[in-house]
Design a protein. Structure first.
Length: 372
């Protein structure tokens, strides 16, 4: 179960052998106030800094190896405790403020892209496994384990505050992502946070899925595509889909990998790797596969509504066009083996051009179902 703020403060004070009076003096609070926060009788003070100076205080107090090991385990870190106090303080601050991101519909996700307030520090008990205590490799099992692995992978990356380059590919069954209705939004919140940090994402989409799955994926990724930080690609040749693979790589930092077989019974093994050479090897595998891929779509940012209309004019005026505005702010049209999606929000407007046949078939089926 996720710890309360009071339990987290108590853990840190116990670990660093800190008395109420000592923390009070350091943070300019009365010892009795610290005692009430520690016991859960009071929440965080309003109008006076607490979390940041407390994090700096505790980071300074964690210097023994047993303290570092205990702190790393309590915060569910993938690797060892940071050597620099500044980095340790940042981790502690994020942990003290962490909470599970709330489900966000498409409009709130778009708003979150430019909002500095989003804090996708998932603290959901189901995603805090105990398997894998080694520093450089951790194991997670089954669909719940994969969700746990993804949370730990993305949370650690987002907590650095750095601009990273992510490489994402998976052609495994998507049950792990969608069987928990809250999880897709948690996943999206982390990706948005990484993009806010300046990160970029190269993703190789699988086009061997059902048409419904493919269109659902398009809808899920649209808010992220609007940032301009996503590079979407696909492998153009057909595969039999028997052997399947997942590779999520943060260049130079970590990799999450798994393998499975179609209709596999039993648990799938998911692995997080942080050993630098091993991460480089997985990155090399992704890069080798990427050489066989093609861009999934062209993405254009348009500065004015007139530019948007000019780009869209060639998709209009023919009776054979398929068109719908079923999604708020999204105009979808098909013509001459090309699909166009126009996001008509605030400038800059976004236009997507798709020509991949299976993606076109998925969009055509969707539009026809809406227009009935």
């Amino acid at each position: 179960m996720a710890k309360t703020l009071a339990e987290k403060i108590d853990f840190l004070m116990t670990l660093t052998n800190t008395r109420n009076s000592e923390l009070g003096r350091a943070l300019h609070f009365d010892a009795s106030y610290i005692s009430r926060i520690r016991s859960g009788k009071r929440g965080l003070p309003k109008g006076q800094p607490f979390v940041e100076p407390a994090s700096i205080f505790f980071a300074h107090g964690i210097h023994e190896e047993y303290q570092k090991a205990a702190a790393a385990q309590e915060l569910n870190l993938i690797g060892p405790w940071p050597k620099k106090e500044k980095e340790a303080a940042k981790l502690i601050s994020g942990w003290l403020q962490s909470q599970t991101p709330q489900p966000a519909p498409i409009d709130r996700m778009l708003a979150a892209i430019t909002s500095p307030a989003i804090s996708p520090k998932a603290d959901k008990g189901a995603y805090r496994p105990g398997e894998g205590n080694q520093d450089t490799i951790r194991f997670f099992y089954g669909n719940e384990g994969k969700r746990s692995a993804v949370i730990q992978f993305l949370e650690r990356l987002a907590s650095t505050g750095e601009a990273l380059h992510l490489l994402l590919y998976s052609d495994e069954d998507m049950d792990w992502l969608y069987e928990d209705p809250d999880f897709p939004d948690i996943w999206a919140a982390y990706l948005i946070k990484l993009i806010e940090n300046g990160s970029s994402i190269r993703i190789i989409h699988s086009i061997g899925r059902s048409l419904n799955e493919m269109w659902e994926a398009v809808q899920k990724w649209l808010p992220l595509y609007m940032t301009g930080a996503i590079e979407p690609y696909y492998y153009p040749m057909l595969r039999d889909g028997v052997f399947r693979r997942t590779m999520f790589v943060a260049q130079g930092r970590a990799a999450l990998i798994s393998n499975s077989v179609k209709d596999q019974k039993g648990e799938v093994l998911n692995t997080i790797i942080t050993e630098p050479r091993a991460v480089d090897v997985v990155e090399g595998e992704f890069d080798a596969y990427f050489t066989f891929c093609k861009p999934l779509m062209e993405i254009a940012k348009l500065g004015s509504r007139q530019e948007l209309e000019d780009v869209g004019r060639k998709f209009r005026d023919l009776a054979s066009d398929l068109r719908t505005e079923a999604l708020p702010g999204v105009d979808i049209m098909l013509k001459d083996n090309t699909a166009a999606l126009f996001l008509k929000t605030d400038p800059p407007y976004i236009a997507f051009m798709l020509k991949e046949p299976r993606m076109l078939a998925a969009l055509e089926e969707y539009i026809k179902s809406i227009n009935k």
